[in-house]
Design a binder for this molecule. Structure first.
Ligand SMILES: NC(=O)c1ccc[n+]([C@@H]2O[C@H](COP(=O)([O-])OP(=O)(O)OC[C@H]3O[C@@H](n4cnc5c(N)ncnc54)[C@H](O)[C@@H]3O)[C@@H](O)[C@H]2O)c1
Length: 268
């Protein structure tokens, strides 16, 4: 444990499960305050998403068991009132937000011409617009302090096309445009913005996609081209270490760029 994140505050969206939960626990172990935002209820699309209030409550318990503090907020990243209130609540409790890990996301399959307008909107609004929305309310606090790090969890799908996932890949590419533009806007205030691009990660999302497609998580991982290194996927711990590095002083001159964690996939 380093002292770097001790007493710092990180806001994590999509914190109830998968990578968001792992990052919350990883930073709690470092003594950081956690603001955890997630749905707290099922949404109709995609059908695999089953996160609940119990997941958020359990996360709070687990963070507190590590000796850290947590504010949990059940809301939808598409809802401006929820986002605004969660940020306000976190600031009220902890006084500042040092790191934003914008991570809430959904994935689903469908040929571009067969997707419904509602399906397309859901993926764009959660994966991309939700990232912008939470940053809109966090940034003024970072500007006031003249410091901060924003990390958008994109994907390898933010850097290449994906068969039957055009809405997903589009939303993840859009995060790159947001990252680059905000890096320009925020550099004068000492705020860094980086997008993260993991290959397949062993999370409920991967299992959920397998369930929807009636196949195995291994087959889902293989569909995205396959890693160069001989692993079907990476673990949430690998993502935690990347987020810690990007948020740390070691990466103090990293901004506007894309941090690729792809086990060699994009080199294929
Ligand atoms: N799993 C992978 O293979 C993989 C690879 C690269 C990138 N990603 C990206 O990483 C991020 C995290 O994915 P994960 O694998 O941990 O998935 P996950 O499904 O395990 O967790 C995602 C979390 O986001 C939450 N969420 C979904 N919609 C929301 C909304 N409208 N408002 C608030 N919260 C919402 C869910 O409830 C869930 O807790 C996503 O943006 C995903 O696209 C995933």
């Amino acid at each position: 444990m380093s002292a770097e994140f001790n007493g710092k505050t990180i806001l994590i969206t999509g914190a109830a499960k998968g990578q968001g939960r792992a990052v919350a626990l990883g930073f709690a172990k470092e003594g950081a305050n956690i603001i955890a935002f997630d749905l707290g209820q099922k949404i109709p699309y995609p059908a695999y998403n089953r996160s609940s209030n119990e997941d958020l409550e359990k996360l709070k318990e687990d963070i507190e068991a590590l000796g850290a503090k947590a504010v949990i907020y059940a809301g939808d990243i598409r809802n401006e009132e929820d986002v605004k209130e969660a940020v306000e609540r976190g600031i009220k409790e902890f006084g500042s937000i040092d790191i934003l890990f914008s991570n809430a996301g959904i994935a689903a399959y469908g040929y571009s011409w067969e997707l419904t307008s509602q399906q397309f909107d859901a993926v764009i609004d959660i994966n991309f617009k939700g990232g912008w929305l939470i940053s809109k309310y966090v940034i003024p606090h970072m500007i006031e302090k003249k410091s901060g790090v924003i990390i958008y969890n994109s994907s390898i799908a933010g850097l290449r096309g994906m068969n039957r996932m055009s809405h997903y890949a589009s939303s993840k590419h859009a995060l790159v445009g947001l990252t680059r533009s905000q890096a320009i806007e925020l550099a004068p205030y000492g705020i860094r913005v980086v997008s993260l691009h993991p290959t397949g990660v062993n999370t409920p999302m991967n299992d959920g996609l397998a369930e929807l497609e009636g196949t195995t998580p291994e087959e889902i991982a293989e569909r995205s081209a396959g890693n160069l290194l001989p692993v079907p996927w990476i673990e949430t711990e690998d993502v935690v270490e990347s987020v810690k590095f990007i948020a740390s002083k070691k990466a103090r001159y990293m901004t506007g760029n894309q941090f690729v964690l792809d086990a060699g996939l994009l080199t294929r």
